[in-house]
Every structure is written in structure tokens, then in C-alpha cells.
Write a protein that binds this ligand. Structure first.
Ligand SMILES: Cc1cc2nc3c(=O)[nH]c(=O)nc-3n(C[C@H](O)[C@H](O)[C@H](O)COP(=O)(O)O)c2cc1C
Length: 364
């Protein structure tokens, strides 16, 4: 049977040469204190340019958005110049790359903010542990964002979108998943606000749509994707409840009018993640596909066989691979040849340096 995974696809204005997308992967190799990308990062991304599309690692829009050490940003000239090294290297190697824009909200630590509290929609501790750079530390109860501060965050995303164009990116992805700031606004477990950013589905989605309206002033929305992980449960302080699926249905219905490049959905892939959970969906893309008029990217625990099956059934338009792309810079070629995959080494995911980063072998 002909491979759909290796066939081209159009996602908005993005013309992908194949449907093997590299998922966003934080690797903690940016330099400090500038939070700027380095030549080593350019090498890593260029090695993976045979993907139909590369989605960059989470890139913080402001110092306030930081939740991990050595993650890159996109607010300064040094960061734009660092990212330019990356996008030039990827384009020279024939690839396409979008920048994932990120604010961690309450998934952060006072250590990153000079001892001040991280910010969130509501003062609710996610009861999680985060890496400070000196081991794991427990999260704290964050400070509630004022409406003026929320407007400031929208402006930070708009500035990062403008900088993404200056840095040579082909588009952006709003990181509205995985329990970070946007997801904290969406979910009842983390948002108990009584103003127009809390309560109704419309209110809890307001930050996302204000951000889309703002970034649309900097680049066409058919170069913008959003990421959603509706069924994240028991991780990063998120819980699924009977309101979760209806909330995401409402978001996706509204997203339709924006004509985005793509909606990127993560499947529940962690063991026992949804055991006994009221309102759980085990098949996320299958559930949302019919109402989603935006091209759909699926992610989460996929291998080649499952990806081909989902594409054949038209459950999605492309598949994003995370850990397989860490360990296999030439993943599309391995799929083409049916070659075995290198295993990924979790010990080196976040450790810095070349090992476990640019030294995974490609096929001869
Ligand atoms: C080392 C590592 C870093 C990650 N960093 C990010 C990130 O910056 N942004 C994001 O949205 N997801 C991030 N993720 C989640 C991945 O994009 C992906 O959803 C997850 O690995 C499941 O896909 P897979 O089974 O193909 O690996 C990360 C995952 C890993 C393993």
C-alpha cells in the first residue's frame, strides 16, 4: 500500500513534503542568561530538516513565562539572532520550521523570578515538582493575574510573533496545552475566576482568542497553529472532568472561523492516565475530527504503523513524533526504508551539551 505518511500535505500556507512532523521538544540547550539559541541548536534542528515540518521546542515569550532552565526565549535581539541561525540552517537543509510560543504560568518556581511568585489565572498550587536547575522543587501557590497583566501577556505573545517573522520562522504554534498558562485558563481545576476570564467556556477561552487576534497583526493566521491536550489528567496538576470535552468542543468550534494552519491534538498516551475518570475521551482526534474544519495534527505515542492507519482512516492530516525524532534525525527515511529506530535515552533529554542531542546516528 502506498504510504500516506510520506506523501505531501498542505496545512494552511505551509506546504509539507511529508506528514512526518517533529513535535515540540524542550531540550534545555539554550545559553543563559540570554536564553538565546546557539549554533549547536542550529545543528540539531538542521539534522532533522527532512521532517515535513519542525515545531521548535517551547520558546518563552517573556522572562515571566519561564518554567525551566536553559529554555530559549523570543523577546530580545540576541534571541532573534540565535533563532536566525536555526531557521537559516533548517531552510538550507530544505526544511520548514515554526516556533512554539510558551508561557508556563503556575508551572514555574520562584527561583526563576528572583523569589517572586509565578502567575496564573487563579491562586491554586498545581502540586507538582519542577526542575530549578538544581534538582526538583515543589511548585508554590501562584499569584492571580490582574486583567491588566493578562493584556500584557497577550502583548508579549504578539511581540514574540513579530520576532518570529524577524527570526525567519515559517509560522508559530501557540502552546495552549500540557497544563501551561492557556490550559490553566481553560480548565476548571486551575481557573476559578469570576471576571470575564473565568466561568463560561467563552470566558475560559478568551485568552486564546485574544492572543490569536493579536498575533494575526504580525503574520497570517494560515501560518499559525495551536496545540491542545484535552485529556491530560493527573499530570502537571491537571484533572479531566465532565466539563472538559464540552469545553474543548466549544474551543474547536470557535477556532474554525480563524482558518489556522492546524490544530495539534495530543492523545492520552500515558499508562492508566484516564482510568475511572468521568468525562474521559480515549480517542481525542476521532472525537474532534468531525467538528474541526482546521487541518489536524495528531501526536502521542505513535509509531509508523499507527500513523499510517490513522492517515488512511483520515482521522488526521499529519502525525507529530516526539521521542522518535529525538533519537532518529532521519525519521522519514527510516520509515521509507522500514529501517529499525534508534531508542531514545531519557537521561540526556535535558542535560545540555552534544551527547544525546546531535550524536544520534543517521542511516548510512
Ligand atoms: C524531552 C521532551 C520535551 C518536550 N517538550 C515539549 C515542549 O517544549 N512543548 C510541548 O508542547 N510538548 C513537549 N513535549 C511533549 C512532546 O511534544 C510529545 O507530545 C510527547 O513526547 C508525546 O509524543 P511521542 O510519543 O511521539 O514522544 C516534550 C516531550 C519530551 C519527551
Amino acid at each position: 500500500m502506498e504510504s500516506k505518511l510520506l506523501a505531501p500535505v498542505q496545512l494552511g500556507a505551509l506546504s509539507l513534503k511529508n506528514r512526518v512532523v517533529m513535535a515540540p521538544l524542550t531540550r534545555c540547550r539554550a545559553n543563559n542568561p540570554e536564553a538565546a539559541p546557539t549554533p549547536l541548536m542550529a545543528r540539531y534542528y538542521a539534522q532533522r530538516a527532512s521532517a515535513g515540518l519542525l515545531i521548535s521546542e517551547g520558546t518563552i515569550v517573556s522572562p515571566q513565562g519561564r518554567g525551566y532552565p536553559y529554555t530559549p526565549g523570543l523577546w530580545s535581539d540576541a534571541q532573534i539572532a540565535g533563532w536566525r541561525l536555526v531557521t537559516d540552517a533548517v531552510h538550507q537543509a530544505g526544511g520548514l520550521i515554526v516556533c512554539q510560543l510558551w508561557h508556563c504560568g503556575r508551572l514555574s518556581l520562584p527561583a526563576f523570578h528572583g523569589g517572586e511568585l509565578p502567575v496564573a489565572p487563579s491562586a491554586i498550587n498545581p502540586e507538582w515538582s519542577m526542575f530549578s536547575g538544581e534538582g526538583l522543587q515543589p511548585t508554590v501557590t501562584p499569584r492571580t493575574l490582574t486583567r491588566e497583566e493578562i493584556a500584557g501577556i497577550v502583548a508579549d505573545f504578539q511581540r514574540a510573533a513579530r520576532h518570529s517573522v524577524a527570526a525567519g520562522f515559517d509560522g508559530i504554534e501557540i502552546h495552549s496545552s500540557n497544563g501551561y498558562l492557556f490550559h490553566q485558563f481553560f480548565a476548571r481545576c486551575s481557573n476559578t475566576r469570576t471576571d470575564d476570564y473565568g466561568g463560561s467556556h467563552e470566558n475560559r477561552g478568551r485568552l486564546l482568542f485574544e492572543t490569536l487576534d493579536a498575533v494575526a497583526q504580525e503574520l497570517p493566521l494560515n501560518r499559525v497553529g495551536i496545540r491542545l491536550n484535552p485529556m491530560m489528567n493527573g499530570m502537571h496538576g491537571m484533572t479531566v472532568d465532565e466539563d472538559t470535552a464540552p469545553l474543548f468542543e466549544a474551543l474547536i468550534d470557535r477556532v474554525n472561523a480563524y482558518r489556522l494552519a492546524y490544530v495539534h491534538l495530543t492523545e492520552p498516551f500515558l499508562p492508566n492516565q484516564l482510568d475511572g475518570v468521568v468525562g474521559a475521551l480515549t480517542d481525542v482526534a476521532g472525537h474532534f475530527r468531525a467538528r474541526c474544519q482546521t487541518p489536524l495534527l495528531a501526536n502521542g505515542g505513535f509509531d509508523q504503523t499507527q500513523a499510517e492507519a490513522w492517515l488512511a482512516e483520515e482521522r488526521c492530516d499529519a502525525v507529530a513524533f516526539g521521542r522518535p525524532f529525538i533519537a532518529n534525525p532521519d525519521l522519514p527515511e527510516r520509515f521509507r526504508r522500514g529501517a529499525p529506530l534508534n531508542p531514545a535515552d531519557p537521561e540526556t533529554f535535558y542535560q545540555g551539551g552534544e551527547q544525546g542531542y546531535v550524536d544520534y546516528p543517521a542511516l548510512a
